[in-house]
Design a protein around this ligand. Structure first.
Ligand SMILES: O=C[C@H](O)[C@H](O)[C@H](O)COP(=O)(O)O
Length: 233
């Protein structure tokens, strides 16, 4: 899929998923390019249509964008729970298992997600796959001793690569951690893998979000389509 078409599908899905946000809600705002389009649309609705909601952001970038657009942003610790979180994803399979973290925001995204009553993802159709894993799996790791975590992952055959930013420096997350991208190609046992990763000392969190999402709004050429998770929907 070319980038222009992909952006068109992301935009249409982002506008559709904005309808989920109602007056008075506390809304978790995810991160990434698709959520950026969602936040633009929500900002427009706040300014032009008087939509009123309170946001909790999953990254410094999203918080900055939302505030600039006049959206009220508060800290996660200042709310009891979040009514709805809308986020993007890198890949989603038919069991509603997904990979997130392409932008390095998976830790804050997962903390916001587990404190949300409902999670909805917004993606374009290129992200819907039979088996997740072709997209590298981001793992958030404490910098101290991270070469040893890297060595362990190498031994396990996970093909880890330390993420670098565009300038070639080691990428730092909003919590000042680093990201190891695992090139797993196909993840056939996501639950077992998630368990193994989280038990590795030095690992803070990983980008496997398993059966957490209630609905996925998919931007398709025929128009946005909503997939409902029968276990959570
Ligand atoms: O860390 C980044 C997030 O998990 C994003 O939500 C994910 O990478 C999807 O981003 P995009 O909408 O740019 O494809």
């Amino acid at each position: 899929m070319n980038e222009e078409l992909q952006n068109k599908l992301k935009k249409a899905a982002a506008v559709r998923v904005a309808d989920y946000v109602k007056d008075g809600m506390i809304v978790g705002l995810g991160s990434g390019s698709t959520v950026r389009m969602l936040v633009d649309e929500l900002g427009r609705r706040v300014q032009e249509e008087g939509l009123q909601f309170t946001a909790v952001a999953t990254s410094i970038l999203t918080a900055t964008q939302a505030k600039k657009l006049g959206i009220k942003v508060v800290d996660l610790d200042s709310v009891d729970s979040i009514d709805l979180t809308i986020d993007g994803a890198d890949q989603v399979d038919s069991n509603f298992n997904g990979i997130k973290g392409g932008g390095g925001n998976l830790l804050w995204e997962k903390i916001v997600a587990i404190n949300s009553k409902k999670i909805v993802w917004v993606v374009d159709e290129s992200k819907i796959v039979d088996t997740i894993g072709a997209f590298p799996l981001a793992v958030d790791v404490i910098p101290f001793g991270s070469q040893h975590v890297l060595a362990k992952f190498n031994q396990a055959g996970f093909e880890p690569v330390i993420r670098k930013d565009q300038a070639g420096h080691v990428f730092k997350t909003d919590s000042n951690n680093i990201i190891l991208d695992l090139h797993l190609h196909k993840i056939t046992q996501p639950v077992e893998l998630a368990d193994e990763l989280i038990k590795t000392v030095g690992v803070v969190e990983h980008g496997l979000f398993l059966n957490m999402v209630s609905e996925v709004v998919v931007g398709k050429e025929s128009g946005p389509e909503v997939l409902v998770n029968p276990n959570l929907g």
